[in-house]
Design a binder for this molecule. Structure first.
Ligand SMILES: Nc1ncnc2c1ncn2[C@@H]1O[C@H](COP(=O)(O)OP(=O)(O)OP(=O)(O)O)[C@@H](O)[C@H]1O
Ligand SMILES: [Mg+2]
Length: 412
């Protein structure tokens, strides 16, 4: 038996497949963004009015797309380069990225903006509106323009008062200024959150929508190969391993098209290879990493086995909606509507409204459904339903099989 110190010293110095594992970190901003060229160009075209006639219009753009489709990284890269190129043309433009999940109130958002401008704001006693006025005066004095990105804007919309949403979005209805120095980029996962907003707000932001589609397996392959080159030792990762990760996550192959998950799987594959003292990352390591990452999902698959028929039909209804509409959450009424169609398809009498709601409540308790109240900025509040796990073809087939099995056992 070895002493712990020996084991630790030994493992510290053992060889690694990694050259620079930081390049796999979610905070790392890569130099290249494969398959997002067209998005960079769409963003540039949307914001170039700022250059044509600075201060004439406040540009508003919405980016939408599922988790891990590169919304945050692409907007950051765009903001950084665009403002640099514009500054070279003699227009002072600063890009400001705010995460609404971290800065949960209008007040915190304005503080964050001021801080990024290196503007000191008296700590207490000022309303957000007053802070915005100070920010605008500051921009006027310096003859500056800013693009504010409100990332994870869904959170702001669902948690803020109507008044705050109005103020932020309709800024120039309330600020009397000659030059509009603030433009916005809103990032949301689910575009339906915008379409249910009040018309007055919607008209201010929904003119320019840029959609980020989930990545296909070939796209993920390119993204992963780029990371393999910069984060791993030469020839340390087999092509099979990369292809496997790309194929299991590719949207075209029933995966979620999520680049974050794919990069995480690549990183874990490397760690598993290291722990086995293998100098290369093999297909086997990638498979092992994938199943560890999907363990949570497999626990849920286990639970599904014990659901009764109509709960399964409800899960199937949400899966259908996710696939049809390329979104993640749906108003409860829409889920019920789809459920009726699914029942029809499986020749089952749909349950009554109150009973369906009871099933939904139980699915939420079991951790299979997530529910969220639609934003205060929306007309008529409604409950939005989403699944707690990603939809794959495999899962869809599995549910269909479970439904078939339950129906058969009923007939016997
Ligand atoms: N085209 C790409 N090229 C290289 N890396 C990418 C690309 N797209 C995404 N990534 C990487 O994938 C990860 C997830 O991307 P990002 O955080 O931008 O996703 P997101 O769409 O903002 O997701 P969420 O909705 O969860 O915030 C990051 O590590 C990012 O660097
Ligand atoms: Mg993001």
């Amino acid at each position: 038996m070895s002493y712990p110190d020996d084991i630790i010293a030994n493992s510290l110095n053992s060889p690694s497949v990694f050259k620079d594992s930081y390049k796999l970190n979610p905070d790392y901003i890569p130099e290249k963004l494969p398959h997002r060229d067209s998005k960079l160009s769409e963003l540039t075209i949307a914001f170039r009015d700022i250059v044509a006639d600075p201060g004439k219009t406040s540009v508003r753009v919405v980016i939408t797309g599922r988790t891990g489709t590169g919304k945050t990284v692409t907007s950051m890269v765009f903001g950084d380069r665009f403002s640099k190129i514009i500054r070279e043309k003699g227009i002072k433009l600063q890009y400001i990225h705010v995460n609404c999940h971290k800065q949960r109130t209008l007040y915190l958002i304005t503080q964050d903006i001021a801080e990024q401008l290196k503007l000191s704001i008296p700590p207490r006693g000022l309303s957000s509106q007053e802070v915005f006025k100070i920010i605008h005066d500051y921009l006027d004095r310096r003859n500056m323009h800013i693009i504010i990105t409100l990332d994870e804007f869904d959170y702001f919309l669902t948690t803020s008062s109507m008044e705050d949403i109005y103020f932020l979005v309709r800024l120039y209805d309330e600020l009397a200024v000659t030059l509009k120095r603030i433009s916005y980029l809103f990032i949301v996962r689910d575009i339906s959150i915008i379409s249910t907003l009040d018309k007055t707000i919607k008209d201010h932001i929904a003119r320019n929508i840029i959609e980020f589609s989930p990545y296909t397996s070939d796209e993920l392959y390119d993204i992963l190969q780029d990371r393999v080159k910069i984060a791993f030792q030469k020839n340390a990762v087999t092509d099979d391993a990369v292809r496997f990760i790309a194929d299991t996550n590719g949207f075209d192959k029933g995966g979620s098209g999520n680049a974050r998950l794919s990069i995480e799987t690549l990183e874990l594959s490397g760690k598993i290879a290291d722990s086995e003292r293998s100098p290369i990352v093999t297909l086997q390591h990638a498979k092992e990493a994938n199943s560890r990452i999907n363990q949570e999902a497999s626990l849920i698959l286990d639970e599904l086995k014990y659901l009764e028929l109509h709960s399964l039909l409800l899960v199937k209804a949400v899966i259908n909606l996710v696939k049809k509409e390329n979104r993640e959450s749906f108003p409860i009424g829409k889920v019920e509507e789809e459920y009726t169609k699914v029942c029809d398809l499986f020749r089952e009498e749909p349950r009554r409204h109150t009973q369906v709601y009871e099933y939904m409540r139980r699915l939420k308790l079991m951790g299979i459904f997530n529910t969220m109240q639609s934003g205060k900025g929306m007309r008529g509040r409604t409950t939005l339903i989403s699944l707690t796990f990603p939809v794959s073809q495999e899962l869809d087939d599995y549910i269909t099989k479970l439904i078939g099995a339950l129906k058969n056992s009923k007939q016997e």
